[in-house]
Each structure stands twice: as C-alpha cells, then as structure tokens.
Design a protein around this ligand. Structure first.
Ligand code: DSN
Length: 422
C-alpha cells in the first residue's frame, strides 16, 4: 500500500496495510464475476470511513437515546429520504447491519416462533434466511419451500399458489441469490393475498437494476422490500427495509430495539451517497448495461456449449450447470480463480451433488460493468471461462497461466472505481 493513499494506517500497522494493498491489487487485476459483488465509488468509500463511526445513535432521527445527534440525524434522514424517493416507497429503515439481520427483523415483525413461513429453497436459488433448515429462520419457524420447474428452471407460480393455499404461511419471501430470471412480483402478490400472507421481496441482488429501471419494481405489490446495499446498488455493506406506511412501526421496532443496538452511522452515510449516485441518469445506463452484458455473456457461453439454468438470463446473473462438462463446480471455480477470474461454486436446481461440492458456478456482470466493459468484451470473457474449464478438466496449469496473463492485461485498461490507479 502506498503510504500516500493510507498514510496513517501504513505508519501504525504496516502488516495490516500490506493485506489491504494486496487486496487492492487483487481487485484491480482480476475479472470479478461474483454476481453479488461490486466496486463502490471513491465517494462511497470515503463516506463509509468517517468519524461518524465514533457515535452511538440508538433510536431513530429525532428519537434517540443518546445526545449529540445533530449531524447523525441529518445523515440518517437524508439516507431515508433518498431511499424513499429512489424506490417509491412510503417508509425506509436504513439501519439493518446486513441482509440476514434485515430478514430476521421481518420475521420478528410479522411472525412468532413455530409459525409457518415460505420461501424459495436454497438449492433452487433462494437464500438461507428464507426459512432454510440450517438457518435460524428454518429452525425457529416452520419453513416450507418452493422451487423451480425441472427442465425449464423457472418458478412454477401455480405450484407456489397451491403450496401457499395449503400451508397458509405467515410470511412469503420472493427473491433469492441464484435467480437468473425476472421475478413476477404481481403474481406473488396475488398468491400472498389469497393465502393471507405478508409478502416480502428480497431484492438484494437486483436492487440496483430496480433503481435503474432494468428490472420491474416490487413497490406497490409487496408489503416489505428487503435489500442489501452492496450488490448491484453499489453501496457499502449494509441493508435496508422498505415498506408501506401501515408496516412502518412494526419494521422499525423489530430492527431497534428488537434486534439491533446502535446503527453503523458510517455505513448509513455510505448508503446515502450510493442512493444519491443511483438516482443519477448515469446509473440508469449502468443498470441497463449490466443486463446487456449478462445477456451477451450468456449467449457467448451457450455458443461455447455451456448449459445455463433456465437457458439464459434476464438480469445480472448466470448460473452455469457443469454437469455435462464433467468438471464439478468447485474444481472449475478454483481453476478460474487461478486464471484470474473470480466466481463462486453453486448448487444448480435438483443438484445431485452436495452444496459444498456442487455442479454449478454462479457468475454475473455488475463488477465488470462498473469497470466499463461492454457487450463487445463478452465473447472474450466467455472464451476465457471456456478455456479455464477445459484446463481444469485436463489439470493444465500452464493454460490457466496464459488466461491469467490475458485477463490482467485487459483489466489494466479498465480501472475500477474506488481503487488506486496502478
Ligand atoms: N452472499 C450473498 C450472495 O452471494 O448472493 C447472499 O447473501
């Protein structure tokens, strides 16, 4: 790390500073395809590292348990107003520490231990906190799970409706972590209304696409919107809960004092900046470019013989089923990492393999789009993935090294927001 970039850290703790410098280089040199990751702007990075973190602020603007909130109240109120404006909602709570605590607050607000709750199964593309067994949400509540159709990889809305009417869950979650297709919020809303359930859209992955008009919004269809702020939205690691006015008190009470203590004010500031950036015309272009890149990458992968869950993508995410390639997801992901392409191994629907050694890899285009790569680069990216997976099958380390050199060369021409220029 250059002393001029983080002089105090380098002087006080050179060992830790060297780890940060190494991470900066890694993020600059590699092609980051994990669909839930991104690069924050220098402004978000600065806001997230301010003296705001020296302050305790239990409560909400104008209703705190500690004095000295003159500035903190303004920061949080600004973030709240920006969230409401950007997503078109009555109420926003910007205090959840991250996505899992945000979702836990939803359970606290609307259900009692032992109640039935419904969400998409984790191996089908859902999230742990949507009632999956190993999560607190699946052990403190009775989680029932829906999935996708075999063959198409698409949500079977008729089956979801039948299950919801049979189970009458207190809460239904829609959204997930490995869903390449558009979520039909109106269809979920009509199911939830018939079943008498509170409907929650967990849009963590697609919040930035919604903000930029590249995915339909759940606002007006669902009771609560839960989202992290650091994925396609390009903010700091945090979360928000947004809802109709009728649920505002329940949500706020569940976040504080129900689950959390003092909010992380420095994160709130970063969220406020990210929301401001996401309200600019350039972010509309960014969101649409993310989707255009994902579609172009999916097409290039199909042309190279890859099997994609649901046959492609409508959003930022592609789930590659490697069953036909005879390379397990974990082996492929680790080989790609050695080639400078960062992905995560992932289950595919109806995966015969275990989650820690599954059949798929999950990729996405938010980060590469933040660096300015466009559809013309996607055949090259698909080519690197194809060569790396082939190299993994043959244990050909020299082929991976060749890909890595090519990746590093291209990425050096596309500096990442927030990172030092090398
Ligand atoms: N860890 C997130 C993801 O990668 O999708 C979900 O919480």
């Amino acid at each position: 790390m250059s002393a001029s970039r983080h002089p105090a850290l380098s002087a006080t703790d050179p060992e830790l500073a060297s780890f940060v410098a190494a991470e900066e280089s890694l993020q600059a040199e590699t092609l980051r395809l994990i669909p839930s990751e991104n690069y924050v702007s220098a402004a978000v990075l600065e806001a997230s590292g301010t003296v705001l973190q020296n302050k305790y602020s239990e409560g909400y603007p104008g209703r705190r348990y500690y004095e000295g909130q003159q500035n903190i109240d303004r920061v949080e109120a600004l973030a709240v107003e920006r969230a409401k404006g950007l997503f078109g909602v009555d109420h926003a709570n910007v205090q959840p520490y991250s996505g899992s605590p945000a979702n836990l607050a939803v359970y606290l607000a609307f259900a009692k231990p032992g109640d039935t709750v419904m969400g998409m199964a984790l191996p089908m593309g859902g999230h742990l906190t949507h009632g999956w067994g190993v999560s607190a949400t699946g052990s403190w509540f009775r989680g029932v799970q829906y999935g996708v159709r075999p063959g198409t990889g698409l949500i079977d809305y008729d089956a979801v409706r039948d299950q919801a009417l049979a189970e009458r869950p207190k809460i239904i979650f829609c959204g997930g972590t490995a869903l390449p297709r558009t979520i039909d919020f109106a269809a979920f809303a009509s199911i939830a209304e018939e079943a008498g359930s509170v409907l929650v859209a967990d849009v963590a992955h697609i919040a930035g696409l919604i903000a930029g008009g590249a995915h339909p919004s759940p606002a007006g269809h669902v009771d609560v919107i839960s989202t992290t702020t650091h994925k396609t939205l390009r903010g700091p690691r945090g979360a928000m809960l947004m809802c109709r006015e009728e649920h505002a008190k329940a949500i706020d009470k569940a976040v504080f004092p129900g689950l959390q203590g003092g909010p992380h004010n420095q994160t709130t500031a970063g969220i406020a900046v990210a929301l401001h950036e996401a309200a600019q015309p350039a972010f509309v272009s960014y969101a649409h470019a993310v989707v255009a890149n994902a579609k172009a990458l999916a097409q290039a992968l199909l042309e190279r013989g890859f099997d994609l869950v649901s046959g492609g993508t409508d959003n930022h995410l592609i789930l590659i089923d490697l069953t036909g390639k005879d390379v397990p997801g974990k082996v492929a992901a680790k080989a790609l990492d050695r080639a400078g392409i960062v992905v995560n191994y992932n289950t595919v629907p109806f995966d015969p393999r275990k989650p820690f050694d599954p059949s798929g890899i999950r990729i996405g285009t938010p980060s590469l789009t933040s660096r300015g790569l466009s559809t013309e680069h996607m055949p090259q990216v698909a080519d690197w993935i194809s060569r790396s997976v082939d190299a993994a099958a043959k244990a050909d380390e020299s082929a991976l090294a060749v890909v890595r050199a090519e990746v590093t060369a291209l990425m050096s021409a596309f500096p990442a927001p927030g990172l030092p220029l090398s």
